[in-house]
Ligand binder design. Structure first.
Ligand code: NIG
Ligand code: FE
Length: 416
């Protein structure tokens, strides 16, 4: 399908130089073209520019070009959501009420709620049920402007159920037009039967789960919840080393509940990203500077659990890049709405709209290893873009936080 979008009020997120990610002060400089066109063919972005330089062939219909008039509308690269747990069974609104009444995330987890509750439900669900529910969630986020999503296992917590989750994610890759990456997160929580002897569970992850996951080529990345009450730095090192032997690059949960050492261990093992980061101080920022690890903030979880906020402003001002992702999961962030994440980035973290747009597109693309094909408007990149409704300008995207500003979605060069 050849698509020519004309009269675009503003084409947003252009990057001629094809940077892998955008850091520090550059995050505030978003490249756009006003009154622009965008030409898509064979699933790719082939050309863009100012309408003044566009020559539309008279026989465009004969040439099979679909022309879309985007007068008054903006065109963006689709969001890349680099951190989700969107394969899950059932919701957890009862715990949500417990939280409102004052129980902490850790207290709920200690009572066998939280992740262990989702693990029990996942165990009881069939692959078909999990697939159906996850496809519905993917459909929903597609119409909110997401074009790529990372999905983690981690509600299995035993060999068979972890494999079951990852196989569902593999099926999603076949069924969905979204670009999907899979992450193995066997180290998401310690099953009740391993309480007090968690090294035995870590042994199972290393000796049984990782080799099976690798043999079936079910995962692109490996994750560990390295935090207070969950996995220690030592556990994390052992697991990451085992995964890396099979080519699984780390992307880890770090510093959500405490100064856990998670950020430092992530950097040490060349993690693609370290995620959450509520507890980030000067030494964590120092560790991240000069590394290739993307600091990723998950505003949905901080909002939903009423947590302290990661110091996004301080990180960007120190010269770091920052990515934002949804953390879509039933316990700490039951939404995959990246438009809302964009708003939260601005409102809760004092990021400018330009910074937040970089954080949800090119930087989050890097955080899930798809920056060469996605995350910006550049010639040769995959055509995953959305057309907004008629809106005044880019600031309106985070400003109007309650409504869906997406009018049309193009994935892999096809208008949905
Ligand atoms: O990223 N923090 C750890 N894991 C998830 C929560 C998962 C759950 O509560 O079900 C997170 O927030
Ligand atoms: Fe998470």
């Amino acid at each position: 399908m050849k698509i020519l979008i004309i009269n675009i009020k503003e084409l947003v997120g252009i990057d001629e130089s094809n940077r892998a990610y955008v850091s520090g002060a550059d995050m505030g400089k978003l490249q756009t073209i006003k009154n622009a066109f965008l030409f898509i063919d064979k699933g790719l972005i082939l050309e863009y520019g100012s309408m003044e330089h566009l020559f539309i062939p008279e026989d465009w219909k004969k040439k099979g070009i679909k022309v879309i008039d985007a007068s008054g509308k903006l065109v963006f690269p689709c969001f890349c959501d680099s951190h989700t747990h969107l394969v899950y069974a059932g919701s957890r609104e009862i715990e949500y009420v417990d939280k409102i009444k004052g129980l902490s995330y850790e207290e709920i987890a200690k009572r066998g709620g939280g992740i262990l509750n989702s693990a029990q439900r996942l165990h009881d669900a069939s692959e078909t049920e999990l697939l159906g529910d996850a496809l519905e969630r993917l459909e929903e986020i597609t119409w909110l402007g997401t074009g790529a999503v990372e999905i983690k296992s981690g509600y299995g917590l035993n060999v068979e159920d972890e494999l079951k989750m990852l196989r569902v994610i593999r099926e999603l890759k076949n069924f969905s037009p979204l670009t999907i990456k899979a992450t193995f997160l066997g180290a998401h929580a310690i099953p009740l039967e391993y309480k007090g002897k968690q090294h035995e569970y870590v042994d199972i992850i290393i000796n049984e789960m990782i080799p099976r996951v690798a043999a079936e080529e079910l995962a692109d990345y490996i994750d560990v919840f390295c935090d207070k009450g969950f996995f220690t730095v030592e556990d994390t090192e052992r697991i990451l080393m085992a995964g890396m032997k099979y080519g699984l690059k780390p992307k880890i949960h770090a510093n959500e509940l405490d100064y856990s050492g998670g950020i430092q261990v992530g950097v040490k093992y060349g993690a693609l990203s370290v995620d959450h980061l509520e507890f980030t101080g000067d030494s964590e920022i120092k560790a991240l500077l000069g590394s290739e690890t993307m600091p990723t903030i998950l505003p949905g979880a901080a909002f939903f659990l009423n947590m302290v906020h990661a110091p996004a402003r301080k990180m960007i001002d120190a010269g770091l890049p920052v990515a934002l992702a949804s953390d879509f999961n039933p316990g700490s962030s039951p939404s995959g709405n990246m438009q809302l994440i964009l708003s939260m980035g601005c409102i809760m973290y004092r990021m400018t709209p330009e910074e937040a747009i970089h954080a949800t597109t090119i930087n989050s693309a890097y955080a899930m290893g798809v920056n060469e094909e996605l995350g910006s408007i550049a010639i040769g990149k995959k055509a995953n873009v959305f057309i907004s409704k008629p809106i005044p300008g880019i600031e309106f995207m985070p400003y109007a936080y309650g409504s869906n500003k997406v009018d049309a979605v193009i994935l892999n060069g096809k208008l949905l």
